[in-house]
Ligand binder design. Structure first.
Ligand code: 3PG
Length: 208
């Protein structure tokens, strides 16, 4: 199974992509890769999502594409069938933990509290998404969780911006941050790939 800690640490910035038209998938991924952003989360929020992930996997070899908004065993099966290296969920349920282990999917559950993190740890997962990061306490919550949970690492998402991303990444228990700011829906709809590349470059530069 893929090592999610290593994958997130290498990525640092993971755009959360909601793709309405499958034909946008490849140019969008190419635009992000050209801006230095290679690890991409395709959310399962649109009918085109699975096809978009498959197209990127097949046509953009520099991209490391996984799924997001994974909420059922069926969703995990998509990740397994496409041999994708990670699957983010907004939460974590006993059924998802069991299915992810059985299917061999590198599952990154969402947690928002110490108890939810403890459930992830009980299931052998110490690399989680903090979701929705800004709403549940953001940087202060991550600092608080660092005390009791020495091994836990996070990819916060939800409300993170180009300005706040470096502040999150400065925390020792944050490996990567996710967000949708890199890919505004209007730019995707208009095929404004150059703007997406520029935004990706600017965000990566701010991370230092
Ligand atoms: C999500 O799942 O929608 C992500 O957390 C992205 O959140 P954002 O749109 O606030 O960046």
């Amino acid at each position: 199974m893929h090592d999610t800690k290593h994958l997130l640490a290498a990525a640092r910035l993971i755009p959360v992509l909601t793709i309405e038209r499958a034909e946008d998938a490849v140019p969008l991924a190419q635009a992000l890769v050209a801006g230095g952003v290679k690890t991409l989360e395709i959310t399962l929020r649109t009918p085109a999502a699975a096809k978009a992930a498959a197209l990127i996997r097949a046509n953009v070899p520099e991209a490391i594409v996984g799924l997001g908004t994974v909420c059922s065993e069926e969703d995990l099966r998509l990740a397994a069938d496409l041999d994708l290296p990670f699957a983010f969920s907004p939460g974590g349920t006993p059924k998802l933990y069991e299915a992810a282990a059985r299917l061999g999917v590198a599952f990154i559950p969402g947690v928002a509290t110490a108890s939810e993190l403890m459930v992830a740890l009980e299931n052998g997962i110490d690399c989680c998404k903090l979701f929705p990061a800004e709403s549940v306490g953001g940087i202060n919550l991550l600092k608080s969780l660092a005390g009791p949970f020495l091994t836990a690492k996070f990819c916060p998402t939800g409300g993170i911006t180009e300005a706040s991303a470096p502040l999150y990444l400065a925390l020792p228990n944050v490996l990567a941050v996710g967000g949708s700011w890199l890919t505004p829906a209007a730019d995707i709809r208009a095929g404004n790939w150059a703007a997406i590349t520029e935004r990706a470059k600017a965000s990566m530069t701010k991370l230092g």
